[in-house]
Design a protein around this ligand. Structure first.
Ligand SMILES: *Cc1c(COP(=O)(O)O)cnc(C)c1O
Length: 431
């Protein structure tokens, strides 16, 4: 932002009292050598900043805004619920309604518990897997981000990657030693890890479609392989579907690939923009949770009526509008436009998309793991591209390691305008 804009003044004040001026690091725009704009309002696929700039948004509040911003059904549901009380601390009927919906929609989930963020969901799923198996070690994959859980902040993606701090200070060494980190899409390494100490491995956790180090896909048979090897060793398979859940399909990546994990972490879309996460899976495992079982897990605001009402309204609206089918149409339109723009600008780059999620790698090489994604992010092309888009009214995530999101509110005209801007930006970034 330019030095005398209202956003830059607000950012200066924020920095005096909030570390880095932000409540989540990737918002600081450090990876694009800039500072953030402050948003005054958002509606549909648009954001308006405090300086009056209008932007077409492809960040979608980092995933939750699948209908677009401020969708009327969600606003109405939240307002109605609020009139009856914003939090009770005792059970409310919305909790059963959303639990029923999740159990019906997500193939592997028999029981579900609500929490307040994706981080809480993965943290709780890991604790439950350890409690259930009586084992301590966890396998995770390079570039898979599971929130800022101590033992999972090893070679993590998203903000941890952007900031070049894959291992956070403050995570005890003893915790990190309980985490085995392997490259994604490499079955041999998983086999070796299980051969070396399979009896100690409580769980394998992964994003079935990794989307926090760019966006890449499991090779054919990889998810099935992980399903099989964990089952053979009595370890649990945990899908972190915080990003992909209710996004790539009604039942998430597990529906798309037809692979059933033991436990699933959810978040983002499920909360309709309010702070919600959830974890669920096999009933015999979930029954190990307190108060029935010995694994403690709790939350003052878990199952909050406003949050449940917002999530339910968003999910019902998606179903009513056959949203996933529509997002595939929008995604197809967007992809063909981007590919055409690349061809015209003479850029032989790698473009990945699944449904409404997409990522452009600034290299022609294939991307199947974190190392590939890092190699593609070398060189400054992304920064120039990002700033050109932003100046022209298109807001993409301010990091080459993030996934872009289309939403139900992206109309054909918005896509067409965006493709025009992307074409110019690609040409400009090559100069
Ligand atoms: C965003 C994300 C998380 C963390 O969720 P928060 O709500 O930010 O704590 C965990 N896993 C994945 C795959 C995510 O994309």
């Amino acid at each position: 932002m330019s030095g005398n804009s209202l956003s830059s003044k607000l950012y200066q004040s924020a920095c005096e009292i909030i570390p880095g001026g932000v409540n989540s690091p990737v918002r600081a725009f450090r990876n694009v050598d800039s500072s953030p704009f402050f948003v005054r309002a958002a509606k549909g696929c648009r954001l308006w900043d405090v300086d009056g700039n209008e932007l077409i948004d492809y960040v979608g509040t980092w995933g939750p805004a699948i209908l677009g911003h401020a969708p009327i059904p969600v606003i109405e549901a939240v307002s109605e619920a609020a009139k009856r009380g914003v939090s009770f601390g005792t059970p409310n009927p919305f909790e059963i309604e959303i639990a029923r919906l999740i159990v019906d929609w997500v193939p592997s989930v028999e029981k579900i518990r609500m929490v307040n963020s994706g981080t809480e969901a993965t943290m709780s799923a890991i604790r439950l897997a350890r409690g259930f198996t009586g084992r301590d070690k966890v396998i995770k994959f390079e570039g898979c981000y599971h929130g800022h859980v101590d033992s999972l902040l090893v070679a993590a993606g998203s903000g941890a990657l952007t900031h070049g701090e894959p291992d956070s200070a403050g995570v005890p060494h003893a915790f990190a030693t309980q985490t085995i980190t392997l490259p994604f899409n490499d079955p041999e390494r998983v086999e070796q890890a299980f051969a070396a100490g399979g009896d100690d491995i409580a769980a394998v956790i992964l994003e079935p479609i990794p989307a926090n180090a760019g966006l890449f896909f499991p090779r054919d048979g990889y998810l099935e392989f992980l399903r099989d090897i964990t089952a053979r060793h009595g370890s649990l398979l945990i899908f972190d579907e915080v990003m992909t859940g209710f996004r790539v399909a009604k039942g998430g990546a597990q529906e798309l690939y037809g692979v059933m994990p033991d436990l699933t972490a959810m978040g983002k879309v499920i909360g309709g923009g309010l702070p919600v996460g959830a974890f669920g899976g096999r009933a015999d495992i979930m029954d190990q949770l307190a108060p029935d079982g010995p694994v403690y897990q709790a939350g003052t605001l878990s199952g909050n009526p406003l949050a449940m009402a917002a999530g339910l309204a968003q999910l019902h609206e998606m179903e009513k509008q056959r949203g996933w089918q529509r997002l595939e149409e929008i995604g197809t339109m967007f992809e063909s436009g981007v590919r055409e723009a690349m061809a015209q600008a003479g850029c032989d780059y790698t473009f990945h998309r699944v449904g409404s999620m997409f990522c452009l790698f600034f290299s022609g090489e294939e991307v199947f793991n974190l190392d590939d994604a890092k190699a593609a992010a070398q060189g400054g092309a992304f920064k120039a591209f990002f700033h050109h888009c932003l100046k022209s009214g298109v807001f993409l995530a301010p990091s080459p390691y993030e996934t872009g999101f289309l939403c139900m509110a992206h109309a054909e005209e918005d896509i067409a305008r965006t493709i025009g801007v992307i074409g110019e930006a690609l040409a400009a970034s090559r100069r």
